[in-house]
Design a protein around this ligand. Sequence first.
Ligand code: SF4
Length: 457
Amino acid sequence: MPTFFIKTYGCQMNERDSEQVAHSLIERGYQPVSDEANADVVLLNTCSVRDMADQKALGKMGMLGRIASQRPEVVFGFLGCMAQARGETLLDQLPHVDLVVGTQKFHRVADYVDELVARKATRRMDDLRFSICDIAEEAGSQETIREQQLAPRQVTAFVSIMQGCNMRCTFCIVPRTRGAERSRTIREIEREVRDLVSRGVKEVTLLGQIVNLYGRHEFPITGGKSPFVQLLEAVHAVDGLERLRFTSPHPMGFRDDLIRAFSELPKLAEHVHLPLQSGSDRILRGMHRTYTSDKYRALVAKLRSARPAIALTTDVIVGFPGEQQSDYQQTRDLVEEIGFDNAFVFRYSPRAETPAAQMGEHVDEETKQARNRDLLHVVDASARRCNERLVGTNVEILCEGPSRTNPARLMGRTRTNKIVVFEPGVGGSGEMMNVRVTRATGFSLYAEPLDPVLSAA
Ligand code: SF4
């Protein structure tokens, strides 16, 4: 039985795409392995959002060339965003690569792998040089990410609800790598969630590049509710589902119906990842983000009033072209004022063929690094404060299994998406539990278990 190994870079969408590919390979009789050295098929599912992610995947594939020289029968492939952006050039750059598959063709990977494995098994030299590159667009490809290979006792799952993005933020390569917005139907998504819940899943996270604008081009507003809110309501009604999350939204997609959903849908967890990107209106305009710092502030206030305990996390870019110290200071002030539960801070890196890459006034690396370090201090202090407030309180968690850093302990997540680590005792993997928080760092909470929670569904 041939074996395969998939390494995934980047976001949760990529994780979900890799699960889909793994599922399709397992269905064909391939066996997953946890180490590339033992694999007959090695696939890197790539990310192009930052230059570093590109370089990591290229470096990794370069190193895999060693295996290729010893075992020429092994199939090597690039999947996903970088494959989409670079296409056939990857085959020229790294001659041991056999397969390049773009973001609309994950459902074809198993066919291509079958073909390559069969050709390589013949060991003819002309076949050893055979390669496949498929980065074409495909109508309906958003409906192909829908089967999941669940691990034993897996209780959380991602559900891809749409592909692509039409927003054209000037720093972002996603519209190029993922194409135009295309949404699955509510009925199909609901079917997938029902299936997951029947197999033991208790929490789903709906995924899309611009998730809260789901369906805006395909489906009507009904009863004053956007297609996304209609979808939330449909998924919320699935019996046995305990928690519902979504990521990543755009601030402009939070209209009143979505804010109201946070008051009306109890399974909707108290966490929103709300990308800010900058606190300077001038830079937000340059980024083409379509909101101002005041609108963002007002949105935070509305969310906090709909759900007072809501946790907010964000993304911020420092060093966007033209960012002056005064712009950065506005970002720093806003991040401090809002008091995020956590934030990802990125140094701007130009991506080929994006409008921002063509802009003048690029900020030098040293300044970007200094702003990055400074903002991380602000974020770390804020994350620690948010977590320390929970010490001494009881919180509900969904236990996901052994802690990654210490498998003798268990870990779970709060409704606010904070990691909680605790000693095994009452309750265990897959259960909703109450725990008392005894200690906090900026990254995690430590707790003692109290009792399992009766199902809310
Ligand atoms: S909303 Fe902007 S940042 Fe997000 S994927 Fe679309 S273009 Fe990129």
